[in-house]
Structure formats: structure tokens, C-alpha cells
Design a binder for this molecule. Structure first.
Ligand code: HEC
Length: 131
């Protein structure tokens, strides 16, 4: 009886105790992962557009949106909306709409889906400032 009493806590310690002791670490890791996801969601929504950075990204837009010189190439691109000088928030909203399928156009869908939130912010900053 005395032996059983002394054995029991020992078995607990070597058996399930380590797993229980690891639980706080698991929760800490989870909490960190969640806060990381939330932090990136917040920064994505607040992404500050950098028109300079967009210059490396517009190569995939100029073929159709005809920038620079949109007006000059007008006859060939008449069905492509002019986005130079368009409102920053409008451009962001339009690109997000294509990305999530609220608005559809074969090419714009594919392009918008490939853009990160930062890309969208940069492109919106660039095009909204373009005359
Ligand atoms: C293959 C040609 C093509 C390419 C490349 C292209 N676009 Fe477009 N884009 C279009 C067409 C056509 C429309 C109009 C589609 C529609 O009617 O919804 C459009 C629409 C848009 C709109 C909405 C304009 C409005 O007035 O509502 C934005 C913003 C836009 N494009 C941005 C971009 C950006 C930024 C890029 C480069 C990352 C890009 N596009 C690349 C053809 C293109």
C-alpha cells in the first residue's frame, strides 16, 4: 500500500505530466501564430502605396492600359478603361473586385489574383498620380 502510493505520483510524472507541462507552450505558439496572421491582415488593409515601387510592376499593365501615352494608342485600346489619374481607392477596389470575382474580365481576373495587397496599393498610388 505504501509502495503503491509512492509509485503512483512517479508514474504520473513520467507518463502524462510532460504532455500537460507542454500545453502552455502549445498555447503560446498558437497565440503567436494567430497574432501574426492578424498583424499581417491589418498591415494588408493599411498597405501604404508606393508609386516608385509600382514602376517595377506596371510592365504587366502597360500593354493594355497603354501607359504612358494612353491617349496616343487610344484606337487600339479603346475597350480598355483609362486608369491613369483614376482615384486611388477606386483602383484598389476594382483590383480587389476582380481578385475575388465580384467583377470579372478574363485577363484582369488573372492579373488581380496574382497581385499582393502591397502590389495593389503600389499600383493604385502609381496610377492615381499618373496624368
Ligand atoms: C490583357 C489586357 C490587360 C492587362 C494586361 C491589364 N488590364 Fe486592367 N483592364 C483591362 C480591361 C479590358 C479592363 C476592363 C474590363 C471590364 O470591363 O471589367 C480592365 C480594367 C481595369 C481596371 C478597372 C478600371 C475601371 O475603370 O473600372 C483597373 C483598375 C485595372 N484594369 C488595372 C490594371 C492593372 C493595375 C494592371 C496591371 C497589374 C492591368 N489592369 C492589366 C485589360 C487589361
Amino acid at each position: 500500500m505504501k509502495l503503491f502510493k509512492t509509485m503512483y505520483p512517479n508514474q504520473m510524472r513520467s507518463g502524462s505530466a510532460p504532455a500537460v507541462r507542454r500545453l502552455p507552450q502549445v498555447f503560446a505558439a498558437l497565440a503567436m501564430a494567430i497574432s501574426c496572421v492578424m498583424a499581417s491582415a491589418v498591415s494588408a488593409a493599411d498597405a501604404v502605396g508606393n508609386a516608385e515601387a509600382a514602376k517595377a510592376k506596371v510592365s504587366m499593365c502597360i500593354g493594355c492600359h497603354g501607359i504612358p501615352g494612353y491617349h496616343a494608342s487610344f484606337p487600339e485600346v479603346y475597350s480598355v478603361p483609362m486608369i491613369a489619374g483614376q482615384n486611388d481607392a477606386y483602383i484598389r477596389a476594382a483590383l480587389r473586385a476582380y481578385a475575388v470575382g465580384e467583377r470579372t474580365h478574363p485577363t484582369m481576373d488573372a492579373i488581380a489574383k496574382s497581385l499582393s495587397d502591397q502590389d495593389i496599393a503600389d499600383l493604385a498610388a502609381y496610377y492615381s498620380k499618373l496624368k
